[in-house]
Design a protein around this ligand. Structure first.
Ligand SMILES: Cc1cc2nc3c(=O)[nH]c(=O)nc-3n(C[C@H](O)[C@H](O)[C@H](O)COP(=O)(O)OP(=O)(O)OC[C@H]3O[C@@H](n4cnc5c(N)ncnc54)[C@H](O)[C@@H]3O)c2cc1C
Length: 568
Protein backbone atom coordinates (compact mmCIF):
# COMPACT_ATOMS: atom_id res chain seq x y z
CA UNK A 1 0.00 0.00 0.00
CA UNK A 2 1.02 3.54 -0.47
CA UNK A 3 -0.90 6.54 0.41
CA UNK A 4 -3.94 7.83 -1.27
CA UNK A 5 -1.62 10.34 0.26
CA UNK A 6 1.27 9.35 -1.93
CA UNK A 7 4.04 7.45 -0.25
CA UNK A 8 4.86 7.10 -3.93
CA UNK A 9 7.05 10.17 -3.55
CA UNK A 10 9.60 7.53 -2.57
CA UNK A 11 9.17 5.82 -5.89
CA UNK A 12 9.59 8.91 -7.93
CA UNK A 13 12.66 9.93 -5.98
CA UNK A 14 14.43 6.61 -6.36
CA UNK A 15 14.06 5.54 -9.98
CA UNK A 16 16.39 2.84 -11.30
CA UNK A 17 15.48 -0.83 -11.46
CA UNK A 18 11.82 -1.64 -10.84
CA UNK A 19 10.41 -2.22 -7.41
CA UNK A 20 9.25 -5.83 -7.16
CA UNK A 21 7.86 -8.14 -4.50
CA UNK A 22 11.37 -9.44 -3.86
CA UNK A 23 11.45 -10.27 -0.16
CA UNK A 24 11.97 -8.81 2.35
CA UNK A 25 11.54 -12.07 4.30
CA UNK A 26 12.71 -14.46 1.59
CA UNK A 27 14.40 -12.45 -1.14
CA UNK A 28 14.26 -14.93 -3.99
CA UNK A 29 13.84 -13.83 -7.62
CA UNK A 30 10.79 -15.90 -8.51
CA UNK A 31 10.29 -13.83 -11.66
CA UNK A 32 13.82 -14.59 -12.95
CA UNK A 33 13.47 -18.25 -11.98
CA UNK A 34 10.24 -18.52 -13.96
CA UNK A 35 11.62 -16.72 -17.00
CA UNK A 36 14.87 -18.72 -17.18
CA UNK A 37 15.22 -20.79 -20.38
CA UNK A 38 16.48 -23.79 -18.37
CA UNK A 39 13.01 -24.18 -16.82
CA UNK A 40 12.20 -25.16 -13.26
CA UNK A 41 14.07 -28.47 -13.22
CA UNK A 42 14.24 -32.09 -14.35
CA UNK A 43 12.75 -35.24 -12.87
CA UNK A 44 14.17 -38.76 -13.04
CA UNK A 45 12.58 -40.68 -15.95
CA UNK A 46 10.82 -43.12 -13.64
CA UNK A 47 8.95 -40.29 -11.93
CA UNK A 48 7.40 -39.10 -15.19
CA UNK A 49 3.65 -39.54 -15.26
CA UNK A 50 3.41 -39.89 -11.44
CA UNK A 51 0.25 -38.41 -10.03
CA UNK A 52 0.40 -35.48 -7.62
CA UNK A 53 -2.76 -34.29 -5.89
CA UNK A 54 -3.32 -30.54 -6.02
CA UNK A 55 -6.01 -29.45 -3.58
CA UNK A 56 -7.59 -26.17 -4.67
CA UNK A 57 -8.00 -24.81 -8.19
CA UNK A 58 -7.34 -21.18 -7.31
CA UNK A 59 -4.36 -19.36 -8.76
CA UNK A 60 -1.83 -21.13 -6.57
CA UNK A 61 -3.15 -24.61 -7.32
CA UNK A 62 -3.44 -23.94 -11.05
CA UNK A 63 0.08 -22.46 -11.26
CA UNK A 64 1.51 -25.38 -9.27
CA UNK A 65 -0.38 -27.90 -11.42
CA UNK A 66 0.68 -26.20 -14.67
CA UNK A 67 4.36 -26.26 -13.69
CA UNK A 68 4.18 -29.84 -12.36
CA UNK A 69 2.64 -30.90 -15.68
CA UNK A 70 5.48 -29.16 -17.53
CA UNK A 71 7.95 -31.16 -15.44
CA UNK A 72 6.27 -34.39 -16.60
CA UNK A 73 4.12 -35.17 -13.56
CA UNK A 74 0.38 -35.72 -13.66
CA UNK A 75 -1.32 -33.17 -11.42
CA UNK A 76 -4.79 -34.15 -10.22
CA UNK A 77 -6.67 -31.01 -9.21
CA UNK A 78 -9.46 -31.07 -6.63
CA UNK A 79 -11.68 -28.01 -6.58
CA UNK A 80 -14.72 -27.58 -4.31
CA UNK A 81 -16.13 -24.43 -5.86
CA UNK A 82 -14.86 -23.01 -9.15
CA UNK A 83 -11.53 -22.71 -10.91
CA UNK A 84 -10.10 -19.37 -9.95
CA UNK A 85 -10.91 -19.39 -6.23
CA UNK A 86 -10.49 -15.83 -5.00
CA UNK A 87 -9.97 -14.65 -8.57
CA UNK A 88 -13.72 -14.64 -9.10
CA UNK A 89 -15.12 -12.45 -11.89
CA UNK A 90 -18.90 -12.31 -12.05
CA UNK A 91 -20.97 -11.04 -14.97
CA UNK A 92 -24.34 -9.36 -14.58
CA UNK A 93 -27.35 -11.01 -16.22
CA UNK A 94 -28.28 -9.21 -19.40
CA UNK A 95 -25.22 -6.93 -19.44
CA UNK A 96 -22.31 -6.98 -21.89
CA UNK A 97 -19.52 -9.44 -21.04
CA UNK A 98 -16.97 -6.76 -20.21
CA UNK A 99 -19.08 -5.33 -17.38
CA UNK A 100 -17.64 -7.31 -14.53
CA UNK A 101 -17.79 -7.53 -10.77
CA UNK A 102 -14.50 -8.70 -9.30
CA UNK A 103 -15.61 -10.39 -6.10
CA UNK A 104 -12.06 -11.14 -4.95
CA UNK A 105 -8.83 -9.66 -6.31
CA UNK A 106 -9.44 -6.70 -8.59
CA UNK A 107 -6.19 -4.68 -8.80
CA UNK A 108 -2.65 -5.82 -9.25
CA UNK A 109 0.56 -3.89 -8.65
CA UNK A 110 3.20 -4.07 -11.39
CA UNK A 111 5.61 -5.15 -8.63
CA UNK A 112 3.82 -8.57 -8.76
CA UNK A 113 6.30 -9.71 -11.37
CA UNK A 114 5.76 -13.46 -10.99
CA UNK A 115 2.03 -12.92 -11.31
CA UNK A 116 2.64 -10.83 -14.42
CA UNK A 117 4.83 -13.63 -15.82
CA UNK A 118 1.61 -15.65 -16.11
CA UNK A 119 -0.65 -12.71 -17.04
CA UNK A 120 1.69 -12.04 -20.00
CA UNK A 121 2.06 -15.72 -20.86
CA UNK A 122 -1.68 -16.14 -21.38
CA UNK A 123 -1.95 -12.83 -23.25
CA UNK A 124 -4.22 -10.86 -20.93
CA UNK A 125 -4.44 -7.08 -21.20
CA UNK A 126 -4.43 -4.76 -18.23
CA UNK A 127 -5.73 -1.26 -17.64
CA UNK A 128 -5.21 1.25 -14.79
CA UNK A 129 -7.49 0.61 -11.83
CA UNK A 130 -9.41 3.67 -10.57
CA UNK A 131 -7.96 3.92 -7.07
CA UNK A 132 -8.42 7.11 -5.04
CA UNK A 133 -6.36 10.00 -6.43
CA UNK A 134 -4.63 7.72 -8.96
CA UNK A 135 -3.53 9.56 -12.11
CA UNK A 136 -6.14 7.81 -14.31
CA UNK A 137 -8.98 8.24 -11.84
CA UNK A 138 -11.15 11.12 -13.08
CA UNK A 139 -11.87 12.44 -9.58
CA UNK A 140 -11.99 11.40 -5.94
CA UNK A 141 -14.27 12.50 -3.12
CA UNK A 142 -13.14 12.10 0.45
CA UNK A 143 -16.20 12.37 2.65
CA UNK A 144 -15.37 12.41 6.29
CA UNK A 145 -17.19 13.62 9.39
CA UNK A 146 -20.04 14.82 7.20
CA UNK A 147 -17.89 16.96 4.90
CA UNK A 148 -16.96 16.12 1.33
CA UNK A 149 -13.72 17.11 -0.35
CA UNK A 150 -13.44 16.85 -4.13
CA UNK A 151 -10.00 16.27 -5.66
CA UNK A 152 -8.12 15.19 -8.72
CA UNK A 153 -4.78 15.21 -6.93
CA UNK A 154 -3.64 15.41 -3.34
CA UNK A 155 -2.97 19.13 -3.80
CA UNK A 156 -6.71 19.76 -4.25
CA UNK A 157 -7.42 18.55 -0.71
CA UNK A 158 -7.20 20.70 2.44
CA UNK A 159 -3.63 20.95 3.81
CA UNK A 160 -4.32 18.53 6.67
CA UNK A 161 -4.37 15.66 4.15
CA UNK A 162 -0.87 16.64 3.09
CA UNK A 163 0.13 16.60 6.75
CA UNK A 164 -1.17 13.05 7.04
CA UNK A 165 0.88 12.05 3.99
CA UNK A 166 4.03 13.61 5.46
CA UNK A 167 3.38 12.02 8.85
CA UNK A 168 3.21 8.60 7.20
CA UNK A 169 6.36 9.20 5.17
CA UNK A 170 8.17 10.34 8.33
CA UNK A 171 6.97 7.35 10.33
CA UNK A 172 8.23 4.97 7.64
CA UNK A 173 11.52 6.70 7.16
CA UNK A 174 12.14 7.24 10.87
CA UNK A 175 11.46 3.72 12.03
CA UNK A 176 11.72 1.42 9.04
CA UNK A 177 14.59 2.76 6.89
CA UNK A 178 12.12 3.00 4.07
CA UNK A 179 14.09 4.55 1.22
CA UNK A 180 17.15 2.36 1.84
CA UNK A 181 14.99 -0.76 1.89
CA UNK A 182 13.21 0.12 -1.36
CA UNK A 183 16.55 0.78 -3.02
CA UNK A 184 17.88 -2.58 -1.76
CA UNK A 185 14.77 -4.34 -3.12
CA UNK A 186 15.21 -2.62 -6.47
CA UNK A 187 18.88 -3.61 -6.53
CA UNK A 188 18.08 -7.14 -5.29
CA UNK A 189 20.74 -6.51 -2.70
CA UNK A 190 19.99 -9.43 -0.39
CA UNK A 191 22.61 -8.50 2.23
CA UNK A 192 21.18 -5.01 2.69
CA UNK A 193 17.59 -6.27 2.71
CA UNK A 194 18.47 -8.70 5.48
CA UNK A 195 20.53 -6.14 7.38
CA UNK A 196 17.52 -3.81 7.50
CA UNK A 197 14.69 -6.30 7.77
CA UNK A 198 15.88 -8.96 10.19
CA UNK A 199 16.27 -6.63 13.20
CA UNK A 200 12.92 -5.01 12.34
CA UNK A 201 11.25 -8.42 12.53
CA UNK A 202 12.37 -9.03 16.08
CA UNK A 203 11.69 -5.41 17.03
CA UNK A 204 8.18 -5.09 15.56
CA UNK A 205 6.75 -8.61 15.68
CA UNK A 206 4.78 -7.79 18.83
CA UNK A 207 3.41 -4.48 17.57
CA UNK A 208 0.14 -3.63 15.85
CA UNK A 209 -0.13 -1.22 12.96
CA UNK A 210 -1.94 1.19 15.27
CA UNK A 211 0.69 0.84 18.00
CA UNK A 212 3.36 1.61 15.41
CA UNK A 213 1.53 4.83 14.44
CA UNK A 214 1.04 5.85 18.07
CA UNK A 215 4.76 5.44 18.70
CA UNK A 216 5.75 7.56 15.70
CA UNK A 217 6.37 11.21 16.73
CA UNK A 218 4.81 12.39 13.46
CA UNK A 219 1.50 10.73 14.46
CA UNK A 220 1.29 12.05 18.02
CA UNK A 221 -2.01 13.74 17.07
CA UNK A 222 -5.09 11.52 17.33
CA UNK A 223 -6.78 13.57 14.61
CA UNK A 224 -4.00 12.71 12.15
CA UNK A 225 -4.17 9.02 13.07
CA UNK A 226 -7.94 9.07 12.64
CA UNK A 227 -7.74 10.74 9.25
CA UNK A 228 -4.97 8.39 8.19
CA UNK A 229 -7.13 5.43 9.19
CA UNK A 230 -9.96 6.68 7.01
CA UNK A 231 -8.05 7.55 3.86
CA UNK A 232 -4.41 6.75 4.49
CA UNK A 233 -3.18 4.58 1.63
CA UNK A 234 -3.37 4.07 -2.10
CA UNK A 235 -6.35 1.76 -1.98
CA UNK A 236 -8.22 3.67 0.67
CA UNK A 237 -8.89 3.44 4.39
CA UNK A 238 -6.64 1.13 6.32
CA UNK A 239 -7.98 1.47 9.85
CA UNK A 240 -9.47 -1.99 9.62
CA UNK A 241 -5.86 -3.20 9.43
CA UNK A 242 -4.91 -1.36 12.61
CA UNK A 243 -4.99 -4.51 14.80
CA UNK A 244 -2.68 -6.43 12.43
CA UNK A 245 1.05 -6.80 12.85
CA UNK A 246 2.93 -3.78 11.54
CA UNK A 247 5.25 -6.25 9.76
CA UNK A 248 2.34 -7.04 7.40
CA UNK A 249 2.04 -3.37 6.50
CA UNK A 250 5.76 -2.83 6.05
CA UNK A 251 5.96 -5.74 3.60
CA UNK A 252 3.26 -4.14 1.48
CA UNK A 253 4.69 -0.64 1.42
CA UNK A 254 8.29 -1.71 0.88
CA UNK A 255 7.36 -3.77 -2.18
CA UNK A 256 5.02 -1.21 -3.76
CA UNK A 257 2.14 -3.68 -3.49
CA UNK A 258 -0.39 -0.90 -3.04
CA UNK A 259 0.86 1.25 -5.92
CA UNK A 260 -0.03 1.84 -9.56
CA UNK A 261 -2.68 -0.84 -9.66
CA UNK A 262 -3.83 -2.48 -12.88
CA UNK A 263 -6.96 -4.49 -13.47
CA UNK A 264 -7.25 -7.35 -15.93
CA UNK A 265 -9.45 -6.53 -18.91
CA UNK A 266 -12.31 -9.03 -19.04
CA UNK A 267 -11.76 -10.20 -15.44
CA UNK A 268 -9.01 -11.67 -13.31
CA UNK A 269 -10.53 -15.16 -13.31
CA UNK A 270 -9.42 -15.50 -16.91
CA UNK A 271 -5.85 -16.00 -15.67
CA UNK A 272 -6.39 -19.35 -13.91
CA UNK A 273 -8.92 -20.38 -16.57
CA UNK A 274 -6.49 -19.72 -19.40
CA UNK A 275 -3.69 -21.57 -17.59
CA UNK A 276 -6.07 -24.48 -17.04
CA UNK A 277 -6.64 -24.64 -20.80
CA UNK A 278 -3.13 -23.80 -21.96
CA UNK A 279 -0.89 -26.37 -23.60
CA UNK A 280 2.68 -25.48 -22.61
CA UNK A 281 5.49 -25.57 -25.18
CA UNK A 282 7.66 -28.66 -24.93
CA UNK A 283 6.42 -30.23 -21.70
CA UNK A 284 8.55 -33.09 -20.36
CA UNK A 285 6.98 -36.51 -20.92
CA UNK A 286 3.58 -35.34 -22.23
CA UNK A 287 2.74 -35.09 -25.91
CA UNK A 288 2.50 -31.58 -27.38
CA UNK A 289 -0.98 -30.19 -26.87
CA UNK A 290 -1.39 -31.66 -23.37
CA UNK A 291 -3.09 -29.22 -21.00
CA UNK A 292 -4.53 -29.41 -17.52
CA UNK A 293 -7.96 -29.55 -19.15
CA UNK A 294 -7.02 -32.55 -21.25
CA UNK A 295 -5.43 -34.36 -18.29
CA UNK A 296 -8.67 -33.88 -16.34
CA UNK A 297 -11.15 -34.63 -19.14
CA UNK A 298 -12.41 -31.08 -18.85
CA UNK A 299 -13.14 -30.78 -15.16
CA UNK A 300 -11.32 -31.00 -11.84
CA UNK A 301 -12.21 -33.52 -9.19
CA UNK A 302 -14.67 -32.39 -6.50
CA UNK A 303 -14.01 -31.16 -2.95
CA UNK A 304 -11.61 -33.09 -0.76
CA UNK A 305 -13.32 -34.36 2.39
CA UNK A 306 -10.60 -36.53 3.89
CA UNK A 307 -6.81 -36.78 3.75
CA UNK A 308 -4.79 -39.41 5.54
CA UNK A 309 -1.46 -41.19 5.49
CA UNK A 310 -1.28 -44.72 4.19
CA UNK A 311 1.59 -47.21 3.91
CA UNK A 312 4.74 -45.96 2.26
CA UNK A 313 4.06 -42.42 3.47
CA UNK A 314 1.49 -41.91 0.79
CA UNK A 315 -1.35 -39.49 0.98
CA UNK A 316 -4.80 -40.92 0.45
CA UNK A 317 -7.52 -38.51 -0.53
CA UNK A 318 -11.26 -39.00 -0.38
CA UNK A 319 -13.43 -36.63 -2.37
CA UNK A 320 -17.02 -35.47 -2.00
CA UNK A 321 -18.20 -38.00 -4.60
CA UNK A 322 -16.71 -40.81 -2.54
CA UNK A 323 -13.69 -41.26 -4.84
CA UNK A 324 -10.55 -42.48 -3.04
CA UNK A 325 -7.11 -42.12 -4.57
CA UNK A 326 -3.59 -42.40 -3.21
CA UNK A 327 -0.66 -40.18 -4.13
CA UNK A 328 3.08 -40.08 -3.50
CA UNK A 329 2.83 -36.29 -3.08
CA UNK A 330 0.22 -33.56 -2.67
CA UNK A 331 0.11 -29.77 -2.79
CA UNK A 332 -2.50 -28.13 -0.55
CA UNK A 333 -3.53 -24.61 -1.59
CA UNK A 334 -6.94 -24.00 0.04
CA UNK A 335 -7.24 -21.85 3.15
CA UNK A 336 -5.56 -23.63 6.06
CA UNK A 337 -8.60 -23.73 8.31
CA UNK A 338 -10.19 -26.13 5.80
CA UNK A 339 -7.79 -28.70 7.27
CA UNK A 340 -9.31 -28.06 10.69
CA UNK A 341 -12.94 -28.02 9.60
CA UNK A 342 -14.22 -29.40 6.30
CA UNK A 343 -11.46 -31.91 5.63
CA UNK A 344 -10.99 -34.84 7.96
CA UNK A 345 -7.22 -35.09 8.45
CA UNK A 346 -4.72 -37.38 10.10
CA UNK A 347 -2.61 -35.46 12.56
CA UNK A 348 0.41 -37.19 11.04
CA UNK A 349 0.04 -35.11 7.86
CA UNK A 350 2.05 -32.28 9.44
CA UNK A 351 4.37 -31.76 12.40
CA UNK A 352 2.51 -30.46 15.44
CA UNK A 353 4.05 -26.98 15.28
CA UNK A 354 2.70 -26.63 11.73
CA UNK A 355 -0.75 -27.58 13.03
CA UNK A 356 -0.42 -24.87 15.69
CA UNK A 357 0.51 -22.32 13.05
CA UNK A 358 -2.46 -23.36 10.88
CA UNK A 359 -4.77 -23.09 13.84
CA UNK A 360 -3.52 -19.58 14.76
CA UNK A 361 -4.15 -18.20 11.27
CA UNK A 362 -6.08 -14.94 11.39
CA UNK A 363 -8.37 -14.00 8.49
CA UNK A 364 -9.68 -10.63 7.32
CA UNK A 365 -13.37 -10.52 6.55
CA UNK A 366 -14.43 -8.65 3.42
CA UNK A 367 -17.68 -7.74 1.68
CA UNK A 368 -18.38 -6.17 -1.68
CA UNK A 369 -21.55 -5.15 -3.49
CA UNK A 370 -21.66 -4.28 -7.20
CA UNK A 371 -24.48 -2.97 -9.37
CA UNK A 372 -24.58 -2.64 -13.17
CA UNK A 373 -25.56 0.82 -14.44
CA UNK A 374 -26.70 2.14 -17.83
CA UNK A 375 -23.63 4.31 -18.47
CA UNK A 376 -20.77 6.06 -16.63
CA UNK A 377 -23.09 8.90 -15.56
CA UNK A 378 -20.55 10.00 -12.96
CA UNK A 379 -18.59 11.68 -15.74
CA UNK A 380 -21.44 14.14 -16.33
CA UNK A 381 -20.37 17.64 -15.32
CA UNK A 382 -22.26 19.39 -12.58
CA UNK A 383 -23.67 22.52 -14.30
CA UNK A 384 -22.78 24.75 -11.35
CA UNK A 385 -19.32 23.55 -10.40
CA UNK A 386 -18.14 21.83 -13.58
CA UNK A 387 -17.08 18.89 -11.43
CA UNK A 388 -17.89 15.23 -12.07
CA UNK A 389 -21.30 14.60 -10.52
CA UNK A 390 -19.92 11.58 -8.68
CA UNK A 391 -16.42 10.34 -7.94
CA UNK A 392 -14.44 7.45 -6.57
CA UNK A 393 -15.44 7.86 -2.93
CA UNK A 394 -13.75 7.19 0.38
CA UNK A 395 -15.92 7.82 3.41
CA UNK A 396 -16.29 7.05 7.08
CA UNK A 397 -19.92 6.10 6.37
CA UNK A 398 -20.98 2.44 6.06
CA UNK A 399 -19.95 2.17 2.40
CA UNK A 400 -16.29 3.09 3.11
CA UNK A 401 -15.04 2.69 -0.49
CA UNK A 402 -17.10 3.19 -3.69
CA UNK A 403 -15.39 2.44 -7.01
CA UNK A 404 -16.63 3.54 -10.42
CA UNK A 405 -15.81 1.03 -13.13
CA UNK A 406 -16.08 2.54 -16.56
CA UNK A 407 -16.23 0.36 -19.68
CA UNK A 408 -16.24 3.27 -22.11
CA UNK A 409 -18.62 6.20 -22.77
CA UNK A 410 -22.29 5.51 -23.50
CA UNK A 411 -21.94 1.86 -22.48
CA UNK A 412 -23.13 -0.06 -19.43
CA UNK A 413 -20.70 0.16 -16.53
CA UNK A 414 -20.45 -1.10 -12.95
CA UNK A 415 -20.24 0.48 -9.53
CA UNK A 416 -18.71 -1.24 -6.56
CA UNK A 417 -21.07 0.46 -4.12
CA UNK A 418 -19.10 -0.66 -1.11
CA UNK A 419 -15.88 -2.53 -0.38
CA UNK A 420 -15.31 -3.20 3.31
CA UNK A 421 -13.08 -5.11 5.70
CA UNK A 422 -13.25 -6.73 9.11
CA UNK A 423 -15.76 -5.03 11.43
CA UNK A 424 -17.10 -2.97 8.54
CA UNK A 425 -17.69 -6.16 6.57
CA UNK A 426 -19.38 -7.85 9.52
CA UNK A 427 -21.88 -5.01 9.69
CA UNK A 428 -23.18 -6.09 6.27
CA UNK A 429 -23.23 -9.78 7.06
CA UNK A 430 -26.81 -10.07 8.38
CA UNK A 431 -28.27 -8.05 5.49
CA UNK A 432 -29.50 -9.69 2.29
CA UNK A 433 -28.16 -8.10 -0.85
CA UNK A 434 -31.13 -5.80 -1.58
CA UNK A 435 -31.05 -4.41 1.96
CA UNK A 436 -27.32 -3.86 1.59
CA UNK A 437 -27.96 -1.86 -1.56
CA UNK A 438 -30.64 0.24 0.17
CA UNK A 439 -28.28 1.21 3.00
CA UNK A 440 -25.46 1.90 0.55
CA UNK A 441 -27.58 4.11 -1.66
CA UNK A 442 -28.71 6.02 1.41
CA UNK A 443 -25.04 6.67 2.36
CA UNK A 444 -24.25 7.81 -1.16
CA UNK A 445 -27.33 10.05 -1.20
CA UNK A 446 -25.92 11.89 1.83
CA UNK A 447 -22.71 12.52 -0.09
CA UNK A 448 -24.29 13.22 -3.50
CA UNK A 449 -27.76 14.65 -2.75
CA UNK A 450 -28.38 15.53 -6.39
CA UNK A 451 -27.46 12.18 -7.90
CA UNK A 452 -30.06 9.44 -8.21
CA UNK A 453 -27.84 6.37 -8.49
CA UNK A 454 -30.82 4.01 -8.34
CA UNK A 455 -32.29 5.45 -11.54
CA UNK A 456 -29.19 4.23 -13.42
CA UNK A 457 -29.19 0.63 -12.13
CA UNK A 458 -30.04 -1.82 -14.92
CA UNK A 459 -29.72 -5.21 -13.27
CA UNK A 460 -29.58 -7.19 -10.05
CA UNK A 461 -26.76 -6.40 -7.64
CA UNK A 462 -24.13 -9.02 -6.83
CA UNK A 463 -22.58 -9.33 -3.43
CA UNK A 464 -20.10 -11.41 -1.47
CA UNK A 465 -18.98 -11.71 2.14
CA UNK A 466 -15.98 -14.01 1.97
CA UNK A 467 -16.40 -15.06 5.59
CA UNK A 468 -19.78 -16.56 4.65
CA UNK A 469 -18.60 -18.46 1.55
CA UNK A 470 -18.72 -22.22 2.14
CA UNK A 471 -15.15 -23.00 1.03
CA UNK A 472 -13.47 -19.90 2.41
CA UNK A 473 -12.94 -18.60 5.90
CA UNK A 474 -12.60 -14.94 5.08
CA UNK A 475 -10.92 -12.88 2.41
CA UNK A 476 -7.36 -13.68 3.35
CA UNK A 477 -4.92 -14.20 6.14
CA UNK A 478 -3.43 -11.22 7.99
CA UNK A 479 -0.94 -11.92 10.73
CA UNK A 480 -1.53 -10.45 14.16
CA UNK A 481 1.28 -9.34 16.49
CA UNK A 482 3.32 -12.33 17.63
CA UNK A 483 2.51 -14.38 14.55
CA UNK A 484 5.88 -14.18 12.80
CA UNK A 485 7.00 -17.57 14.08
CA UNK A 486 3.78 -19.21 12.83
CA UNK A 487 4.11 -17.50 9.48
CA UNK A 488 7.69 -18.71 9.15
CA UNK A 489 6.69 -22.31 9.87
CA UNK A 490 4.02 -22.25 7.18
CA UNK A 491 6.12 -20.55 4.52
CA UNK A 492 9.17 -22.78 5.07
CA UNK A 493 7.16 -25.99 5.14
CA UNK A 494 8.28 -26.81 1.57
CA UNK A 495 11.77 -27.51 2.97
CA UNK A 496 11.19 -31.03 4.22
CA UNK A 497 14.62 -32.72 4.52
CA UNK A 498 14.67 -32.03 8.26
CA UNK A 499 11.13 -33.34 8.79
CA UNK A 500 10.42 -36.86 10.00
CA UNK A 501 9.74 -39.06 7.01
CA UNK A 502 6.12 -39.52 8.05
CA UNK A 503 5.56 -35.77 7.66
CA UNK A 504 6.95 -35.43 4.15
CA UNK A 505 5.29 -35.33 0.77
CA UNK A 506 2.46 -32.86 1.37
CA UNK A 507 3.30 -29.24 0.56
CA UNK A 508 1.42 -26.15 1.73
CA UNK A 509 1.06 -23.35 -0.81
CA UNK A 510 -1.23 -20.43 -1.55
CA UNK A 511 -2.25 -17.16 0.00
CA UNK A 512 -2.37 -18.58 3.54
CA UNK A 513 1.34 -19.40 3.62
CA UNK A 514 2.52 -16.34 1.69
CA UNK A 515 4.37 -13.47 3.34
CA UNK A 516 2.15 -11.07 1.45
CA UNK A 517 -1.29 -12.56 1.96
CA UNK A 518 -3.98 -10.68 0.11
CA UNK A 519 -1.73 -10.26 -2.91
CA UNK A 520 -1.94 -12.81 -5.69
CA UNK A 521 1.83 -12.59 -6.14
CA UNK A 522 2.23 -14.55 -2.89
CA UNK A 523 -0.08 -17.29 -4.18
CA UNK A 524 2.24 -17.65 -7.20
CA UNK A 525 5.48 -17.50 -5.21
CA UNK A 526 4.36 -20.16 -2.76
CA UNK A 527 3.15 -22.35 -5.66
CA UNK A 528 6.70 -22.22 -7.04
CA UNK A 529 8.08 -23.23 -3.63
CA UNK A 530 5.74 -26.22 -3.63
CA UNK A 531 6.81 -27.15 -7.17
CA UNK A 532 10.43 -27.12 -6.00
CA UNK A 533 9.41 -29.24 -2.97
CA UNK A 534 7.67 -31.83 -5.17
CA UNK A 535 10.60 -31.89 -7.62
CA UNK A 536 12.99 -32.52 -4.73
CA UNK A 537 10.66 -35.13 -3.22
CA UNK A 538 10.76 -37.15 -6.45
CA UNK A 539 14.58 -36.92 -6.62
CA UNK A 540 14.60 -34.28 -9.37
CA UNK A 541 16.97 -31.34 -9.69
CA UNK A 542 17.05 -27.81 -10.96
CA UNK A 543 19.54 -26.72 -13.61
CA UNK A 544 22.64 -25.23 -11.88
CA UNK A 545 22.11 -22.10 -13.99
CA UNK A 546 18.62 -21.65 -12.53
CA UNK A 547 18.57 -22.69 -8.87
CA UNK A 548 15.15 -22.88 -7.25
CA UNK A 549 13.93 -21.46 -3.93
CA UNK A 550 14.92 -24.58 -2.04
CA UNK A 551 18.44 -24.67 -3.53
CA UNK A 552 19.29 -21.25 -2.13
CA UNK A 553 17.09 -21.49 0.94
CA UNK A 554 19.88 -21.58 3.53
CA UNK A 555 21.51 -18.42 2.26
CA UNK A 556 18.32 -16.32 2.21
CA UNK A 557 16.09 -18.06 4.77
CA UNK A 558 13.64 -15.90 6.73
CA UNK A 559 15.17 -14.85 10.03
CA UNK A 560 14.41 -17.20 12.88
CA UNK A 561 13.20 -15.71 16.15
CA UNK A 562 14.20 -17.61 19.23
CA UNK A 563 12.49 -17.85 22.58
CA UNK A 564 13.63 -17.14 26.09
CA UNK A 565 11.82 -19.97 27.79
CA UNK A 566 10.81 -23.38 26.58
CA UNK A 567 7.38 -23.58 28.21
CA UNK A 568 6.29 -27.03 27.06
C1 LIG B 1 -11.84 -9.55 -1.29
C2 LIG B 1 -10.47 -9.87 -1.80
C3 LIG B 1 -9.72 -8.88 -2.40
C4 LIG B 1 -8.45 -9.14 -2.89
N1 LIG B 1 -7.77 -8.17 -3.53
C5 LIG B 1 -6.60 -8.45 -4.13
C6 LIG B 1 -6.01 -7.53 -5.00
O1 LIG B 1 -6.59 -6.46 -5.25
N2 LIG B 1 -4.81 -7.82 -5.55
C7 LIG B 1 -4.20 -9.02 -5.34
O2 LIG B 1 -3.11 -9.25 -5.87
N3 LIG B 1 -4.79 -9.96 -4.56
C8 LIG B 1 -5.97 -9.71 -3.97
N4 LIG B 1 -6.60 -10.65 -3.23
C9 LIG B 1 -5.87 -11.89 -2.93
C10 LIG B 1 -5.92 -12.91 -4.06
O3 LIG B 1 -7.23 -13.06 -4.49
C11 LIG B 1 -5.36 -14.22 -3.51
O4 LIG B 1 -4.03 -14.02 -3.08
C12 LIG B 1 -5.34 -15.36 -4.50
O5 LIG B 1 -6.44 -15.37 -5.35
C13 LIG B 1 -5.24 -16.63 -3.68
O6 LIG B 1 -5.10 -17.74 -4.52
P1 LIG B 1 -4.95 -19.17 -3.84
O7 LIG B 1 -4.89 -20.14 -4.95
O8 LIG B 1 -3.86 -19.14 -2.85
O9 LIG B 1 -6.27 -19.39 -2.98
P2 LIG B 1 -7.79 -19.53 -3.49
O10 LIG B 1 -8.04 -18.67 -4.64
O11 LIG B 1 -8.64 -19.38 -2.28
O12 LIG B 1 -7.84 -21.04 -3.98
C14 LIG B 1 -8.08 -22.10 -3.10
C15 LIG B 1 -9.14 -22.97 -3.71
O13 LIG B 1 -9.34 -24.09 -2.85
C16 LIG B 1 -10.69 -24.47 -3.00
N5 LIG B 1 -11.07 -25.34 -1.89
C17 LIG B 1 -11.41 -25.01 -0.62
N6 LIG B 1 -11.69 -26.11 0.08
C18 LIG B 1 -11.49 -27.16 -0.74
C19 LIG B 1 -11.63 -28.57 -0.58
N7 LIG B 1 -12.05 -29.12 0.56
N8 LIG B 1 -11.37 -29.37 -1.65
C20 LIG B 1 -10.97 -28.83 -2.83
N9 LIG B 1 -10.84 -27.49 -3.03
C21 LIG B 1 -11.09 -26.69 -1.99
C22 LIG B 1 -11.44 -23.15 -3.02
O14 LIG B 1 -12.70 -23.30 -3.60
C23 LIG B 1 -10.49 -22.29 -3.86
O15 LIG B 1 -10.86 -22.29 -5.22
C24 LIG B 1 -7.89 -10.44 -2.75
C25 LIG B 1 -8.66 -11.45 -2.17
C26 LIG B 1 -9.94 -11.17 -1.70
C27 LIG B 1 -10.77 -12.28 -1.13
Amino acid sequence: MTSAMPTSTHHAALGGPPLTMFGPDFPFGYDDHLAHPAGLGRLPQDAHGSEVAVIGGGLSGIVAAYELMKLGLRPVIYEADQIGGRLRSVRFDGCPDDVIAEMGAMRFPPSSTSLFHYIDKVGLDTTPFPNPLAPDTPSTVIDIKGRSHYARTLDDLPPVFGEVASAWDSALEGTADFAAMQQAIRDRDVATIKRIWDPLVSHWDDQTFYGFLCGAPSFSSFALRELFGQVGFGTGGWDTDFPNSILEILRVVYTGADDDHLSIVGGSQQLPLRLWERAPDKPAHWPTGTSLTSLHDGKPRPAVVRMHRTAGNRITITDADGGIRTYPAAVFTAQGWMLLSKIGCDESLFPIDVWTALERTHYMESSKVFVPVDRPFWRDADPETGRDVMSMTLTDRMTRGTYLLDSGPHRPAAICLSYTWCDDSLKWLPLPVHERVDVMLKSLREIYPDVDVRSHIIGDPVSVSWEAEPYFQGAFKANLPGHYRYQRRLFTHFMQDELAERHRGIFLAGDDVSWTAGWAEGAVQTAINAVWGVLHHFGGETDPANPGPGDVFDSIAPVELGDVTEVL
